[in-house]
Design a protein around this ligand. Sequence first.
Ligand SMILES: Nc1ncnc2c1ncn2[C@@H]1O[C@H](COP(=O)(O)OP(=O)(O)OP(=O)(O)O)[C@@H](O)[C@H]1O
Ligand SMILES: [Mg+2]
Length: 420
Amino acid sequence: MTATRIITVSSGKGGVGKTTFALNFALTLSRIAPTVLIDLDTGTSSVRNTLDTHIGNDLYHFFRKGHRLDDCLTQLDDRLDPRGMFKNFAFIAAPRHAIDEITNLADQARWRLVHAINSLPARFVILDLRAGLDANVLDFLPLSNSGILVFTPHHPAATMAAGDIVKSLLFRKLRFIFAEDSPFYHDVSDRHMHRIVNDLLDDVEDVYEDRLPNLDAFLGDLLASIGQNQYLDAIADVINSFGVYFVLNMFDGVDESYDNAIRPFIEYLTKYVSAQLNLTNLGWVVHDQAIHRANCNRRPILLNPVGRSDRPAVDPVLAELAKLEQTLVGLPSRPTPAIKNAWRDEVLHIDPHQPLHRELEVLQQMYKSQGRMKIQDNFAYIANRALHVIQSLPAESFGHPKLYTPFEIFQHLFPNQPNL
Ligand SMILES: Nc1ncnc2c1ncn2[C@@H]1O[C@H](COP(=O)(O)OP(=O)(O)OP(=O)(O)O)[C@@H](O)[C@H]1O
Ligand SMILES: [Mg+2]
């Protein structure tokens, strides 16, 4: 089996459709390869409430009874999957009722879970995260990309919250790189550099402080005062290589989505984080009562049977995946050395409108190819784009190849340090 890819689904704010998306997305991916969905919103047990299937062991048994995580997998029963189309799908449910120590995991419990997730026998592991930005969310998110962010044109505050996730992740990584005990300083003669860099990062992170509004200004400031050096290269690399991936849920039109979700999202990122991030719109899920009804009936929309008369000879999801392979638009390409170096020229001359034009184009092209699709195919489209990213970009560009503890993050960032 090829290496596991762990993909987080998060939103910052609640109620935008993370669980709905994560569940149907995982079902779609399971048609390609073994897929496990884990309900990490451990206070609300939302995945189990959306699936009418018998659950034996769950995260309660993992944390309280010492079970292995792969003993806590549940498969769909025959009523939900009568034709056995989703045999490669399994999920790990959150406890039936909120249990404080599982809702608010202590570090040690969280790292035990992290190690267990890394050993699951699956090609894709989807993590349905809770709303908010605490350690139980941030510690599961990737270091070099956003995983999948879900937001909706119907919930403008949620768009900002998704922007805050990106900001938190970038600053988290920069703080790791520029921590006091970071080996980064070993070769540097200027003893004060640690203070200077971290004071500047404080200024950028603080939205009430507009002297340095974002990381591009921060880089410009450093470039002007100390000239080209390894600090700037490292920061520029972190920012330029950071991938932001998003899905619009409850989509009901290009213009509305653009005005109410994509534009504010990109403007927020450009203003407060950086205009250099790589943004990828993976697709959308339409706003449709059938999706909500399916959730309420505890039979997610992907599991709704296709009627006998219109049951197609070819599986619609796989057929759509094959067709969409030909029509992919707006995917990021591997950064060439020229692009990587371009930040030096661009950092002081950023056109903040450029990413917006590109995103509108992506949205319109998607609409042309996706506009008349069935609801189920929305998920196939997104899964296909995600697969394309997985196949064409390095592993750390999208999701995680493996979850890391903070110590492992440090080792990963500084692999050649003998004293670690
Ligand atoms: N595309 C959609 N069309 C119609 N209704 C939807 C759609 N997506 C989600 N819903 C409904 O919106 C509500 C919130 O969805 P969901 O529980 O998936 O969100 P969430 O982000 O996981 O929420 P929470 O933060 O509470 O975990 C549910 O009632 C769900 O049925
Ligand atoms: Mg949820």
